[in-house]
Design a protein. Structure first.
Length: 213
């Protein structure tokens, strides 16, 4: 089961069965219920973390104790690779936002040994870090530039399956908007035949009309 989940992640999908087995053998699984913390801001990493299934939120806390949401992840992927690689404190807290969220915790020292002995692992880690940079750019655009319609259209373009597969209240949290606003925009997109009744994209050209390029 874990092997199949790992192969859904871009940086692992081209690994051989033996290479996947190496990662599984130095890892443990951890399941968290909603509102349980995976790691805290300022904590030193002991593992490399992989989201296998669920919904996780990254946030920082300001001097007044206010929560500042950094990002959400809902699909299988590496999490917080840079702190684990550099052995520096986590810059944000990671908390599960859905019951039975499942994570793979890869032994940090043993994974670093793999990076040193097999260049393929190093290349995939670099690719994963590059993906995170692009994700950060998308978050900045959504929060500082895009209006509500553009936020939703951008999300659909980047995550074409997630509108159908993810609860709308979770998507509203990701996009930092009221669920009612999201529902209103999705209804409009359905009426324009841009997405179908389930939320799947059916007309990418029309969708582009609402995007800020």
């Amino acid at each position: 089961m874990i092997k199949e989940q790992l192969q859904k992640i871009d940086i692992f999908k081209n690994l051989t069965e033996l290479e996947i087995e190496k990662i599984v053998n130095i890892s443990i699984t951890k399941k968290l219920s909603r509102e349980n913390v995976l790691f805290y801001e300022g904590e030193k990493p002991q593992f490399f973390y992989v989201l296998l299934d669920g919904f996780v939120k990254f946030y920082k806390t300001d001097l007044k104790g206010n929560e500042i949401v950094i990002h959400f992840f809902t699909r299988p992927m590496f999490l917080a690779e840079m702190p684990s690689f550099e052995n520096i404190p986590f810059p944000a807290t990671a908390i599960a936002m859905r019951d039975e969220s499942c994570f793979l915790l890869i032994d940090r020292e043993k994974f670093l040994e793999l990076l040193g002995t097999d260049p393929k692992f190093s290349l995939y880690l670099i690719k994963s870090l590059s993906q995170k940079v692009r994700s950060l750019e998308q978050v900045i655009n959504r929060n500082l530039i895009y209006d509500a319609m553009t936020k939703v259209c951008s999300f659909i373009k980047e995550n074409p399956k997630d509108v159908a597969d993810t609860k709308h209240k979770d998507i509203a949290i990701i996009l930092n908007m009221a669920p009612e606003t999201l529902s209103r925009i999705l209804k409009k997109l359905k009426n324009l035949n841009i997405i179908d009744k389930k939320g799947m994209l059916i007309d990418s050209e029309k969708l582009e009309m609402f995007l800020v390029l």
